[in-house]
Design a protein around this ligand. Structure first.
Ligand SMILES: Cc1cc2nc3c(=O)[nH]c(=O)nc-3n(C[C@H](O)[C@H](O)[C@H](O)COP(=O)(O)O)c2cc1C
Ligand code: SF4
Length: 388
C-alpha cells in the first residue's frame, strides 16, 4: 500500500509508521500481531497470562494450582505465541512483546520473550529502569521500547539507561486522557493534566535530547492513545515531529484480533460516556467500558477501599500475579478486585462479569468490523470512509 508518510526506522530497518499496542489478557496474541507485521508494521503480543489461549495449559493449571505452575505455564504459552506469530508474519515487520513492569513475573517474561526470538520488548505500567539488564546480551537482536507519558519520566529513563551505555530504540508516549488499560498518571483526576499533551511532551523531549547531546533522529517517538484517525496521524507525523502512532482499541476489534467476538462487540458498541476511569488494583488509574461489573464495582469502590486489609488470602487464586496488589496488600487508594480474574472473564466473552479495557476515542469504523489491512490503509491514506 502506498502512503505519503516517512517510514518508521528502527535499527536501519523500515516499517510502516503504525505500531499495534500490546493488549492483555489474550487480546493481542499471535493472530493480531502477525497480521500487523505482515503489513510491515510492528505487531505486539501482550505477555500477561497467555495460558488462557491454550486449553491444555489452562487445564493443567487447574490441577494443584500454584504460583510456580502459573509462571511456568505462562512462559510456555508466551513461547508458543511468539513462534506462531513469527511463522505467520512471513518475515515481514516486527514481532514485539509487551511486558508490564507491575507484573511480578516481568523479568521471567522478558527473558522468555528474548529466548523465543521476539524482535523487541515494550515495557510500561511502571518505570522500565532495569530493562537493559533484564534483556542482557540479547540486546544485540532485541530492540527496547519504554512506554512513558511525560517528559520527566522520559528524562529519568534516558539518563539511567545512558549510564549503562544503552539508548531506547524508540519511545512510546502514551496519553493518559485517551489510552486504554493502565494509565501513566498517579490519580484518575490527573489523567487530563496538560503535562501529558502530546505536542508538549514531544517539544520537551526534543529539548532534553539537545541537553543530553542526542541526535533527534536517533530515537523515534511513537504516540499512543486516541490516534486511530487519519487527520491525527497526519498532524502527529507531519507537524509535531512524531515518527509513528501506536493503536490499541481499533486493532483489538479487527477481524484478526485474538479476542472473543463479545469482547470486540463490547468495545465497538460502547458510547463515549460509557468509557470510564477507575483505580486499578495495580495502583494506577485505568480506562474501560462501564459494563455491569465495572459500573457496580465503581459504586462500591469507596466502601471496599475503606475495608482494604492486607491479607494474603485475599489473593483467592493464590497466583500473586502482581508485585503490588491493592486487594491482597490492602492499599486503600488502589482498586479492590482481582484483575486477573476480571480480564480472563472478558477474554472468555463474559460481558456482564468481565473487565473490558477500551480507549476514550471513537473508532474509525464505528460498530463495523474491518480487517487489519483495511484499518492500516485508512490510518495511512484516509482512503476508507470513516464512520463517526
Ligand atoms: C483491551 C486492551 C488491553 C490493553 N492491555 C495492555 C497491556 O497489557 N499492556 C500495555 O502496555 N498496554 C495495554 N493496552 C494499551 C494499548 O497497548 C495502547 O497503548 C492503547 O490502547 C492506545 O490507545 P487507543 O486504544 O486509543 O489506540 C491495552 C489496550 C486495550 C484496548
Ligand atoms: S488478587 Fe488477583 S490481581 Fe491481586 S495478585 Fe492475586 S491474582 Fe493478582
Amino acid at each position: 500500500m502506498n502512503n505519503s508518510f516517512n517510514p518508521l526506522i528502527i535499527r536501519n530497518k523500515e516499517f510502516i509508521p503504525v505500531v499495534q499496542g500490546g493488549m492483555g489478557v489474550g487480546v493481542s496474541a499471535s493472530s493480531l500481531s502477525s497480521a500487523v507485521a505482515r503489513e510491515n508494521g510492528i505487531g505486539t503480543i501482550a505477555s500477561v497470562d497467555l495460558r488462557h489461549l491454550h486449553e491444555d495449559l489452562l487445564a493443567e493449571s487447574k490441577i494443584n494450582p500454584s504460583e510456580e505452575k502459573y509462571t511456568r505455564l505462562n512462559l510456555i504459552a508466551l513461547n508458543r505465541e511468539i513462534q506462531k506469530a513469527k511463522t505467520q508474519s512471513e518475515g515481514r515487520g516486527m514481532i514485539a512483546v509487551n511486558v508490564m513492569k507491575a507484573v511480578k513475573d516481568h523479568a521471567a517474561l522478558v527473558r522468555q520473550a528474548c529466548e523465543s526470538g521476539a524482535d523487541a520488548i515494550v515495557m510500561g505500567a511502571g518505570l522500565p529502569l532495569d530493562l537493559p539488564e533484564l534483556v542482557g546480551d540479547y540486546r544485540k537482536n532485541v530492540s527496547l521500547f519504554p512506554i512513558l507519558s511525560e517528559s520527566r519520566g522520559i528524562g529519568i529513563v534516558l539518563k539511567r539507561w545512558m549510564k549503562k551505555g544503552v539508548l531506547p530504540d524508540a519511545i512510546v508516549i502514551e496519553h493518559p486522557a485517551h489510552a486504554a488499560g493502565h494509565l501513566g498518571s498517579a490519580t484518575v483526576k490527573g489523567v487530563n493534566d496538560e503535562k501529558f499533551d502530546f505536542k508538549r511532551v514531544l517539544e520537551e523531549t526534543f529539548e532534553l535530547f539537545k541537553q543530553l547531546d542526542l541526535e533527534r533522529e536517533k530515537i523515534p517517538m511513537i504516540l499512543a492513545g486516541g490516534m486511530a484517525n487519519f487527520q491525527k496521524v497526519s498532524t502527529a507525523l507531519r507537524e509535531w515531529g512524531a515518527n509513528a502512532v501506536q493503536i490499541g482499541t481499533a486493532f483489538a476489534v479487527t477481524k484478526e484480533g485474538d479476542a472473543h467476538i463479545n469482547f470486540k462487540n463490547t468495545l465497538m458498541g460502547a458510547e463515549r460516556e460509557q468509557v470510564v476511569e477507575f483505580m486499578s488494583v495495580a495502583g494506577l488509574p485505568a480506562r474501560g467500558v462501564a459494563t455491569r461489573f465495572l459500573s457496580s464495582y465503581i459504586k462500591r469502590e469507596e466502601k471496599l477501599q475503606a475495608n482494604a486489609k492486607a491479607d494474603p488470602k485475599r489473593c483467592t487464586q493464590g497466583i500473586n500475579c502482581l508485585t503490588t496488589c491493592g486487594l491482597r496488600d490492602g492499599l486503600p487508594n488502589a482498586g479492590q478486585f482481582c484483575i486477573d480474574l476480571k480480564l480472563a472473564e472478558a477474554f472468555r466473552g463474559e460481558v456482564d462479569k468481565g473487565l473490558f479495557f477500551r480507549g476514550k476515542d471513537p473508532l474509525p469504523f464505528g460498530t463495523t468490523m474491518k480487517s487489519v489491512r483495511e484499518t492500516v490503509e485508512y490510518l495511512l491514506t484516509g482512503q476508507l470512509v470513516a464512520i463517526k
